[in-house]
Design a protein around this ligand. Structure first.
Ligand SMILES: [Mn+2]
Length: 396
């Protein structure tokens, strides 16, 4: 079960400078997404480095890596472009500056057409987990996720050495010798761009394009939870990115199953006041729930969207909100942890997966419960809802 928020430990090396107090460590939700770079939350475990200057971070990272034989870097399961590109960049840095050969792997599948195209077009050196023997490695990294989040495939017993993530910090991450975690970045890729620039490492067009797409997609074209460092990184990468490759990634050939899923989504979506919700049934790829949730929140008058579908015995849930006062990450955590799920996310976007087995009746009950919990939490009273396709032209 995921932990809630990072809480400073009662002892340890305190290096959060003057900002520090237990109260300040929990940044109020309203401030998320507005704080500029440099505002870091105080951390007390010795592994946390987010308060340090980048030169110091890079030095510590390379020092930690030097002398190790082989590094394994894991994205979160069913990785998105931010996670994949951040892993590629970390591998690149470790190989070039610490002389440690690095391999990248992920659990789950890469199913979304854009993400598959990214791997193929840029020939990113990424290996599925089934072909990895963990004992062959002596340095482990996690990117775009954290050890206690539960959405990655690093087996218990293998503590990560390196954790780099832009999601809200979890206390357990500080047990890693190097944990750069915090909220002042719109994408994990921006953290890595900062490292690569500091290390004065020239980027190949492939690495630059991957990072560029990672930032672009995670911040929705710099329009969502974006900080100055994301804009700076984006501008730095833009001239280096391969534009033809980028076009191929952003506009890939799509399988027929994609259109079937959209048809299903539009037919099944129901509108409950300012929330739209859809049961996608069986999905061909877990990362499609996020794409559908993202699409549906664009419906006029909507503040919330929720999409869910099952894949190999798990229920994947994705939530979006365009109301800046709301926090999708917290909502999903509160709802889903009661069902033994793991969740991640932040202000405007969040996702979770829950165990999803038992009889058909039990599964239907779980889905119904989940929806009514969700609607109640966001203050919607219309539990019945109206099918999207039979809505009047004028909403409300
Ligand atoms: Mn990310």
């Amino acid at each position: 079960m995921p932990e809630r928020e990072a809480r400073p430990a009662s002892s340890g090396v305190y290096s959060g400078a003057k900002q520090g107090s237990i109260e300040r460590a929990r940044v109020p939700q309203e401030r998320q997404g507005r704080a500029g770079p440099g505002l870091h939350e105080p951390q007390q475990r010795s592994g946390f480095v987010s308060h340090l200057p980048t030169t110091e971070k890079v030095w510590r990272l390379l020092k930690l890596a030097q002398g190790r034989k082989r590094a394994l870097i894991l994205t979160h399961d069913n990785p998105d472009p931010d996670s994949l590109a951040a892993a590629v960049a970390l591998a690149y840095l470790l190989e070039a500056r610490a002389g440690v050969p690095a391999r990248i792997t992920y659990g789950g599948i890469v199913g979304r057409a854009e993400n598959k195209a990214m791997l193929r077009v840029l020939r990113l050196p990424v290996t599925p987990l089934s072909r990895i023997g963990f004992d062959d490695y002596d340095l482990f990294g996690l990117v775009d996720t954290q050890p206690s989040v539960g959405n990655h495939s690093l087996p218990p017993g293998y503590g990560p050495d390196i954790v780099i993530d832009h999601h809200p910090p979890r206390e357990a991450s500080g047990r890693a010798p190097f944990a750069d975690v915090g909220r002042s970045y719109g994408a994990t890729c921006s953290i890595l761009v900062d490292y690569l620039r500091t290390a004065r490492l020239e980027l190949t067009p492939e690495v630059a394009t991957a990072l560029f797409y990672g930032i672009k997609s995670d911040t929705r074209d710099l329009g969502r939870q974006t900080f100055q460092i994301d804009i700076d990184s984006y501008l730095y990468l833009f001239p280096k990115a391969d534009k033809a490759a980028l076009a191929e990634i952003e506009h890939p050939a799509l399988p027929a199953s994609y259109f079937r899923l959209y048809e299903q989504a539009y037919k099944r979506a129901r509108v409950h006041q300012a929330a739209v919700e859809v049961d996608l049934g069986e999905i061909y790829s877990p990362d499609m729930v996020a794409e559908i949730a993202e699409r549906l929140v664009s419906l006029e008058g909507m503040k919330w969207s929720l999409a869910y579908g099952s894949y190999e015995g798990q229920l994947f849930v994705s939530v979006r909100t365009n109301d800046r006062r709301m926090n999708a990450g917290r909502l999903v955590r509160e709802v889903c942890e009661d069902y033994g799920g793991s969740s991640g996310g932040h202000g405007s976007m969040a996702g979770a997966r829950l165990p999803f087995d038992g009889t058909r009746v039990q599964k239907e009950r779980l889905k119904r419960e989940l929806i009514s919990r969700f609607l109640r939490e966001i203050g919607v009273s219309d539990l019945q809802g109206t099918p999207l396709l039979s809505l009047d032209r004028q909403l409300h």
